[in-house]
Ligand binder design. Structure first.
Ligand SMILES: O=C([O-])CC(=O)C(=O)O
Ligand SMILES: [Mg+2]
Length: 550
């Protein structure tokens, strides 16, 4: 059944001629009909042929596939977004598996690194800390007045690439493109934001083309006051808006989430979204190994907020299966630059404490694997190549089907490649990486690597929140999302080692997740709309489709 669905909003004002062609939300390019051209003063401004959306999509597809440089493809797509928003989404949604690696990881990482050098047209809101006291005024310049989903970064930890300052804007833009393309959140309700508090990246500070504030990062009380002003302004201007925090350094990510999670509708994607996708992958892996979650032990490479976020959600799932929560947390060990996090270490932060092991220090990751005998290792270090041959071989000796998740992004930061992990484990590893890898041939078998990326979570979460006007985002919603992803993996997929729904089907998979999460939001009494009889129909009727306004 086709529920009525939202398309691009039609013009409140009646634009004509070039004003219409230059309005990306209303522009149809060569798809304007003869009647529209006559009525809207477009005759003569367009070549005479009228093309269907399908042909327009095919034209862009041909153009993009003829380019061999991914950054060029990224630029073609972002120019399209600035020119014809409907067509941009029609292109992305026509082949998400092909276009995600361009508008998202890994290519978006390069776009952020080169931001000042490739800048063309503005998108989103830039809030420099020099505008403290006027944040609401700046935010009010955004043309859309019903912002319901906002992704914000301060650029300090962009993927695994580090501090990219204002160049981090590429991330909120890319994440929100996927909220629309993968789960149908209407673009007119989305807002990308950068909090520009300076950068400590000297190469950027020395680059004449750098576009952010040319100063070191502001920290401490002044920083928090700026964040506070931002949150208050968002609350006043857009009372139904959810704030997604993205790619903040640990030093701010953890306190910001703690400060606001019980006050407003908000979540941190790197902590909670990544946790959801990791747990989903583990739940599906257990369907392959026929083991229980309470029999698992995980060792994390990296002990930042992504690691503790995943470790905590796994612990909650173990506790849900009957295990004591403290015992569950001890089954998730963290390893960082200074070794295993053990009780005798003096440099443990509060957010890491639940996972600290009561044993003697271990200084190498290989030794930690040998001693703790994990069933799975998860890489969230941002440092490439740390899952060495010995580490993978040891995991394969310890486990018939070792779980190996090098999650760091982009591809250049992955703890191991798919090919390495499959080769060193004789094809037995259950592998998922944050950024995509191509299929691997091993002894005549074709192995298809999984992409364990929070893209399976945050667009669906955004849609559930949008449709229900949720008041809060709870851990329980991420547990539900993880289960809703894992339950969609077919037996046939599992037999081929696949632990996530195929990316080709990410739209329908996300709508399923959104429906399950929305149902949970109603159950928890967190919705601000009346509970419908059919939550699926509510989701479907909230979904944006890339169809031109009539
Ligand atoms: O953006 C991605 O691909 C996943 C993510 O949140 C990160 O690595 O920070
Ligand atoms: Mg991120």
């Amino acid at each position: 059944m086709n529920a009525p669905s939202r398309t691009t909003a039609s013009a409140p004002e009646h634009l004509t001629g070039y004003d219409l062609l230059r309005n990306p939300r209303l522009n149809k390019g060569t798809s304007f009909t003869q009647t529209e051209r006559r009525a809207l003063g477009l005759e003569g401004l367009l070549p005479p042929a009228v093309l269907s959306t399908e042909l327009q999509v095919a034209r862009r597809h041909d153009e993009i596939s003829s380019l061999d440089d991914d950054l060029q493809k990224y630029l073609v797509l972002s120019d399209l977004q600035a020119r014809n928003e409907t067509l941009y989404y029609a292109v992305l949604m026509s082949d998400p598996a092909a276009y995600m690696p361009i508008v998202y990881t890994p290519t978006v990482g390069e776009a952020c690194q080169k931001f000042g050098h490739i800048f063309r047209q503005p998108r989103g809101i830039y809030l420099p800390i020099s505008a403290r006291g006027r944040v609401k005024e700046l935010l009010s310049n955004w043309p859309d007045k019903d912002v319901r989903f906002l992704v914000v970064t301060d650029g300090e930890r962009i993927l695994g690439l580090g501090d990219l300052g204002a160049g981090g804007m590429g991330i909120p833009i890319g994440k929100l493109s996927l909220c629309t393309a993968c789960a149908g959140v209407p673009p007119q309700n989305c807002l990308p934001v950068v909090l520009d508090v300076g950068t400590n990246n000297q190469a950027l500070l020395d680059d004449p083309l750098y576009l952010g504030l040319r100063q070191g990062r502001v920290r401490g009380d002044e920083y928090m006051a700026f964040v506070e002003e931002f949150v208050a302004a968002v609350q006043q201007l857009y009372p139904k808006c959810c704030i997604q925090w993205e790619d903040f350094g640990n030093i701010n990510a953890v306190p910001i989430l703690e400060r606001y999670r019980n006050e407003i509708c908000t979540f941190n994607d790197d902590i909670q979204g990544t946790a959801g996708v990791a747990l989903a992958g583990i739940l599906a892996s257990l369907r392959i190994t026929k083991q229980k979650i309470t029999d698992q032990r995980f060792l994390f490479l990296g002990a930042g907020s992504a690691a503790t976020g995943i470790a905590e959600l796994i612990s909650q799932a173990m506790a849900g299966a009957g295990m004591d929560i403290d015992e569950a947390r001890r089954r998730n060990a963290l390893f960082d630059l200074n070794g295993l996090l053990v009780t005798s270490r003096k440099d443990v932060a509060d957010f890491q404490r639940p996972f600290v092991q009561d044993r003697s220090p271990i200084s190498t990751f290989l030794e930690a694997v040998r001693t703790l005998k994990p069933t799975g290792i998860i890489g969230v270090s941002g440092v490439p190549k740390l899952f060495t041959r010995e580490v993978i071989e040891t995991m394969a000796e310890l486990n018939r089907r070792p779980i190996i998740f090098p999650y760091s992004n982009p591809t250049s930061r992955s703890e191991a490649t798919a090919e390495e992990v499959y080769r060193w484990s004789d094809g037995r590893a259950i592998f998922a990486s944050g950024s995509p890898f191509p299929p691997v041939e091993l002894d005549g078998r074709k192995l298809v690597p999984n992409q364990g990326n929070n893209v399976y979570i945050f667009p669906a979460m955004a849609m559930a929140i949008f449709a229900t006007e949720a008041k809060r985002v709870t851990e329980d919603m991420f547990l539900t999302a993880a289960q809703a992803i894992a339950e969609q993996v077919s037996e046939e997929n599992l037999a081929a080692g696949l632990i996530y729904p195929p990316r080709e089907r990410i739209f329908s998979a996300s709508l399923h997740v959104a429906e399950r999460v929305a149902a949970r939001i109603f159950e928890q009494g967190l919705a601000r709309v009346p509970q419908p009889d059919d939550v699926g129909a509510l989701i479907r009727s909230s979904v944006y489709r890339p169809v031109y306004p009539v």
